[in-house]
Design a protein around this ligand. Structure first.
Ligand code: PLP
Length: 416
C-alpha cells in the first residue's frame, strides 16, 4: 500500500512560529499541535463551508471535528448566519439592558429538554457548568461535588492543576462513568455534605473510548442523588441538540434536576444555558450574582432560535442518526477486515476510533500512522478526541471517507 504524500503545511508552521512569540504556547488548549500529530496536521485554518475546511496553505479537508462540537448543521450555514447578520445590522446585539429573546429561548427549552422549567443564559460551557455548581451549592447549603466527565477549564474541575489553590478543588471528587459502585462508596462517606453530582449522561471521557450507559447506571445515580438530597446535574454540553434535541436525558429517559447546554444549540455562536427545576433554579435569582457584560448579547440567542427552528423543521437529528449509524456500521466492517487493534465506540452522531493498548506501545505507532494517512488524504479526524457528524455531510462525503479509512487501515496492516 502506497504511503500518501505529506501535506504542505509550511504557512501553518510559519504562522505558528510567529504565534509562539506573541501567544504563550502559540495557540491555547486543545488546539495545540501536540493535541494532533505534530508536523502532519495544519495549525491554522482559513475558512470552512458545510463539512469542509480549508487551511492557510490551501489544503482542503472533510471535517469530522465540527469545531469540537458546536457545528451541528455545517460551517457558514446561511440561514443562521443571515439571521445573526440581520440582528446585528437592523437591531443591534450588545446593549445596556436585555433584549427579550431570552424569554423565547427559555420557553422553547421547556418544550424540548425534559428537566427544563427555568433557564439562565451564559456564553461558554465552562460558564454554565460552574454556574450550575454554584446554584446547587446555594440551594442545598452544602459544598461537596461528585463529578464524572470533562466540564471545562474552571478551577474546580480542570485536569491540569497549575495555578489553582488546592482549596478550590479539594471538595470535588471524581467517579468513573458506568462505575456506580465507586459513586456509592464516595456517597457513603461524603453524601451528607454533597451539593451536587455532575456528570455527562453519555460517556465521553477525554482521550478514551466512548460508553453508553450500562443498564441501571443512570437510574442508580438518580437514586443516589434522591437518597442523599443531592442536585443531579447532567452536563449535556456535547449531547443536547445532537443525540436528541433534549439531550441524552431524552434518549435514555432519566431526568436530572439541572442540566447544562451549549455547543450545538447555536451552530457555533456563543451561548450556553443552565436549565432545570424551578425550585432549584430560583436560588440563582435570590442568593447569587451571576452576570457578565456579554451574557445578554443577543447574537447567540438569535442563532440558537434559528438553529433550533432548522433542527426541528428539517428533522436534522434523524438525518444525522440515520447516516451516522450506517457510516459507523461500515467502519466496523472495515475494522474487522483489517485487524490492526482499532476499535470504534460511540454512536452514529458521535463516535471514536481508538487503538487497543498493548505493552510494547505498538498501538501508538498504529494510531499515529492511521490518523496521519487520513489527514494527508484530506479527512480531518483527531487521534485524541471523538468525531462528530453534521447535517452537511453527504452520503458521498461519507463514502469517500470510508475509502480513505480502508486505505489507511490497509496501510497500517501492511506496515506492522
Ligand atoms: C461535556 C463538556 N462540558 C463542558 C465543556 C466546556 O465548554 P467550553 O469549552 O465551551 O467552556 C465542554 C467542552 O468541550 C464539554 O465537552
Amino acid at each position: 500500500m502506497k504511503e500518501t504524500p505529506k501535506l504542505d503545511i509550511s504557512k501553518s508552521l510559519e504562522a505558528f512560529e510567529e504565534a509562539c512569540k506573541l501567544v504563550p504556547g502559540g495557540v491555547l488548549g486543545a488546539r495545540k499541535p501536540s493535541d494532533f500529530i505534530q508536523g502532519e496536521y495544519p495549525i491554522f485554518l482559513e475558512s470552512g463551508k458545510g463539512c469542509r475546511l480549508t487551511d492557510v496553505d490551501g489544503n482542503e479537508f472533510i471535517d469530522f471535528m465540527c469545531g469540537y462540537g458546536p457545528i451541528i448543521l455545517g460551517y457558514r450555514e446561511e440561514e443562521v448566519d443571515d439571521a445573526v447578520c440581520r440582528q446585528i445590522k437592523e437591531k443591534g446585539f450588545c446593549f445596556t439592558l436585555t433584549q427579550k429573546y431570552q424569554n423565547d429561548l427559555a420557553k422553547k427549552l421547556t418544550e424540548l429538554v425534559p428537566c427544563s422549567e427555568m433557564s439562565i443564559f451564559l456564553k461558554t460551557g465552562s460558564d454554565a457548568t460552574t454556574a450550575s455548581i454554584r446554584i446547587a451549592r446555594a440551594y442545598t447549603g452544602k459544598i461537596k461535588i461528585m463529578r464524572c466527565g470533562y466540564h471545562g477549564w474552571h478551577d474546580w474541575c480542570v485536569e491540569m492543576k497549575g495555578g489553582i489553590p488546592r482549596k478550590l478543588y479539594e471538595d470535588v471528587f471524581e467517579f468513573g462513568y458506568n462505575n456506580l459502585d465507586e459513586l456509592e462508596k464516595l456517597m457513603a462517606i461524603h453524601g451528607e455534605e454533597t451539593a451536587a453530582i455532575i456528570m455527562t449522561p453519555f460517556g465521553h471521557p477525554n482521550h478514551e473510548e466512548m460508553q453508553e450507559p450500562a443498564p441501571g447506571f443512570l437510574e442508580g445515580v438518580r437514586g443516589l442523588a434522591d437518597k442523599y438530597g443531592v442536585v443531579l446535574i447532567y452536563d449535556e454540553i456535547r449531547t443536547a441538540f445532537r443525540l436528541r434535541m433534549g439531550g441524552a436525558q431524552e434518549l435514555y429517559g432519566v431526568t436530572p434536576d439541572l442540566t447544562v447546554l451549549g455547543k450545538a444549540i447555536a451552530n457555533g455562536y456563543p451561548i450556553s444555558v443552565v436549565t432545570g427545576k424551578k425550585e432549584i433554579m430560583s436560588a440563582a435569582a435570590d442568593r447569587l450574582f451571576i452576570s457578565s457584560t456579554f451574557f445578554p448579547n443577543s447574537e447567540g440567542f438569535v442563532a440558537a432560535l434559528k438553529t433550533i427552528e432548522i433542527l426541528e423543521r428539517d428533522k436534522v437529528l434523524e438525518n444525522i442518526w440515520e447516516k451516522g449509524n450506517r457510516f459507523v456500521q461500515n467502519i466496523r466492517v472495515l475494522l474487522e477486515k483489517y485487524p490492526v487493534g482499532a476499535e470504534l465506540t460511540g454512536v452514529g452522531p458521535m463516535f471514536y476510533i481508538t487503538f487497543e493498548r498493548d505493552e510494547e506501545g505498538l498501538y501508538k505507532k498504529r494510531r499515529r500512522d492511521f490518523y496521519t494517512q487520513l489527514i494527508r488524504k484530506g479527512f480531518f479526524f483527531s487521534p485524541y478526541h471523538h468525531a462528530y457528524i453534521c447535517y452537511r455531510h453527504t452520503e458521498e462525503d461519507l463514502n469517500m471517507t470510508l475509502t480513505a479509512i480502508e486505505e489507511s487501515l490497509a496501510y497500517v496492516q501492511e506496515k506492522y
